[in-house]
Ligand binder design. Structure first.
Ligand SMILES: Cc1cc2nc3c(=O)[nH]c(=O)nc-3n(C[C@H](O)[C@H](O)[C@H](O)COP(=O)(O)OP(=O)(O)OC[C@H]3O[C@@H](n4cnc5c(N)ncnc54)[C@H](O)[C@@H]3O)c2cc1C
Length: 71
């Protein structure tokens, strides 16, 4: 009972957007191979993308945090 919804929204926003930045750089590091599905980095690139959408989109996380700021 220690994790409130605003802190959870902050954590979800931060970690999933950070994941996007990390996987973008990892894919770039691998060059063309990074875009081929045979390689783990390409599959992680595809799998990670949905994380900012499901379980509540980043925009909705911002809504939840913003509501607290206006209280
Ligand atoms: C692979 C996958 C698995 C899923 N599993 C589950 C599951 O197990 N259980 C479950 O209940 N749901 C599940 N979902 C649904 C998921 O939670 C929704 O896709 C998510 O909540 C976004 O809703 P939506 O797709 O209707 O997008 P929409 O609500 O139509 O949003 C479209 C875009 O508009 C933006 N937007 C919407 N409203 C606002 C606003 N007020 N302000 C600013 N921007 C806004 C969104 O951020 C998004 O970018 C899953 C989705 C996927 C893709």
């Amino acid at each position: 009972h220690q994790l409130d919804e605003v802190t959870a929204a902050m954590a979800k926003w931060w970690t999933t957007e950070l994941h996007q930045r990390v996987i973008q750089r990892a894919l770039q590091l691998h060059g063309g191979y990074g875009f081929m599905r045979e390689y783990a980095v390409a599959r992680d690139y595809m799998d990670s993308r949905v994380a900012t959408i499901f379980g509540g989109t980043t925009e909705i996380m911002k809504e939840i945090i913003g509501r607290r700021l206006t209280k």
